[in-house]
Design a protein around this ligand. Structure first.
Ligand code: ATP
Length: 396
């Protein structure tokens, strides 16, 4: 997380990882100039083809002045200026010996500076990928929209190393896999859109970028990115470190190449938010009776099986403990004894639990339980001896 500033100089982040900042001249509240311009266009000129991401600071200043764009509080705005998003801290124990370091704003660079270590220890052949999941930090000007934009967040990125001339086929493959994966985890695919990033809107390192956007309740916004980063990062880190970051062709030892990179870049928190939006449903189950149900796929549901002894007494909790024990290591379970059974079912619907297993007085006699399904609300009787294999079948 704390990385040497020279990494961020080599990657271009110190010079260019900026957002355009404007301030309300009266309240001194800070806003993203590009967001205010986008909001103005959406309201006043929706047919406009202007690519706001491609505007320079000067162009934004001119646009704001010409259109008379005000802060959301109705006051004048200061001229936009570039604001670096990296959090800075220092290492060293004495005041004099202190060095600036940055908290990483993405996981990608941590992969590039590890490239040689991974290559020499794993001896992979092209194409191959290195994936990393972990915290990233950005001093965002306008955090918010629940967990959509936060100052610290979880990223998962893959740097996929390929031969330069093969980049297009790998780009297309990842482009397809990302959409398929969205469907697998239960994102509403009709809420997912691709945006081909063009011209000056492309990041300094990218030759092609596709943003995957999602219809959030607060608008269509970036969910993930897919970028062709060329050999930009490895080349720059090699230059800055004096270390060769090359790959030797195993079929021809004299052929050394700097691999090119396809990068799927995903935010865990944004994905979770999109999952919550996709799963949420208010369903009328009877006249005037509405239930909230989270329709997570069984794999993504935080709780997969709820074990519900009908009563707190009469040996039912003990019997339920037996059922719970038989599911240990098989499913993520919850155990709930409080409230009427109807209330408990609704509670589990809101959590998105696919299966509820109820233990009643008959269970003591027939060694069977009632399984209630979240989506259909149908119930069936299953022998306790079969419950583990039954759950495995339903959750796969
Ligand atoms: P945005 O335009 O929304 O600021 P970005 O283009 O700066 O996003 P990337 O640098 O491409 O984002 O980061 C890759 C992914 O990391 C994003 O697609 C998103 O899922 C996630 N991400 C980026 N910034 C944040 C943040 N502040 N909070 C939560 N997730 C984030």
């Amino acid at each position: 997380i704390l990385m040497n500033p020279r990494v961020w100089e080599a990657s271009g982040h110190v010079a260019t990882f900026n957002d355009p900042l404007v301030e309300d001249a009266v309240s001194h509240k800070r806003f993203r100039a590009d967001h205010l311009i986008e909001a103005w266009i959406a309201k006043k000129d929706p047919e406009s083809t202007l690519v706001v991401d491609a505007m320079s600071t000067e162009e934004m200043a001119a646009f704001i002045a010409e259109k008379g764009i005000k802060s959301p509080d109705g006051n004048a705005l200061t001229a936009p200026k570039q604001f670096n998003l990296m959090f800075e801290t220092s290492t060293g124990v004495t005041e004099k010996g202190k060095n600036s370091v940055y908290l990483r704003p993405e996981t990608a660079q941590a992969i590039f500076v590890n490239f040689k270590n991974v290559l020499t220890t794993s001896r992979k052949r092209l194409p191959f990928g290195i994936a990393q999941i972990g915290k990233a930090f950005r001093n965002e000007i306008t955090p918010g929209n629940f967990i959509f934009r936060t100052l610290e967040f979880e990223q998962m990125e893959i740097e996929y190393f390929v031969e330069a001339e093969e980049w297009e086929q790998h780009f297309e493959a990842w482009n397809k896999w990302m959409e398929e994966w969205a469907a697998v985890i239960g994102l509403k695919t009709d809420h997912l859109h691709r945006l081909e990033v063009v011209g000056d809107a492309l990041a300094h390192y990218s030759k092609r970028t596709v943003d995957f956007e999602f219809d959030f309740p607060f608008g269509k916004k970036e969910l993930w990115g897919l970028a062709y980063r060329t050999d930009f990062d490895l080349t720059n880190h090699a230059k800055a470190s004096g270390e060769k970051l090359e790959y030797t062709d195993p079929a021809d030892n004299s052929r050394k190449v700097v691999p090119h990179v396809i990068e799927p870049s995903l935010g865990v928190d944004r994905t979770l938010l999109a999952l919550l939006v996709s799963a949420y449903e208010e369903e009328e189950v009877a006249e005037g009776d509405t239930r909230v149900v989270m329709r997570f796929t069984p794999q993504m549901a935080p709780v997969q099986v709820a074990i519900l002894p009908l009563m707190k007494k009469g040996g039912l909790p003990e019997k339920a403990e037996e059922v719970l024990a038989s599911l240990a290591g098989i499913a993520r379970c919850d155990f709930d004894v409080t409230g009427s059974i109807g209330k408990r079912y609704r509670r589990q619907d809101e959590i998105g639990t696919p299966l509820c297993v109820t233990i009643d007085y008959d269970s003591l006699e027939d060694n069977a339980v009632t399984v209630r399904h979240r989506d259909s609300m149908e119930q069936e009787r299953v022998a306790i001896a079969d419950i583990a294999s039954y759950v495995v079948k339903k959750l796969v």
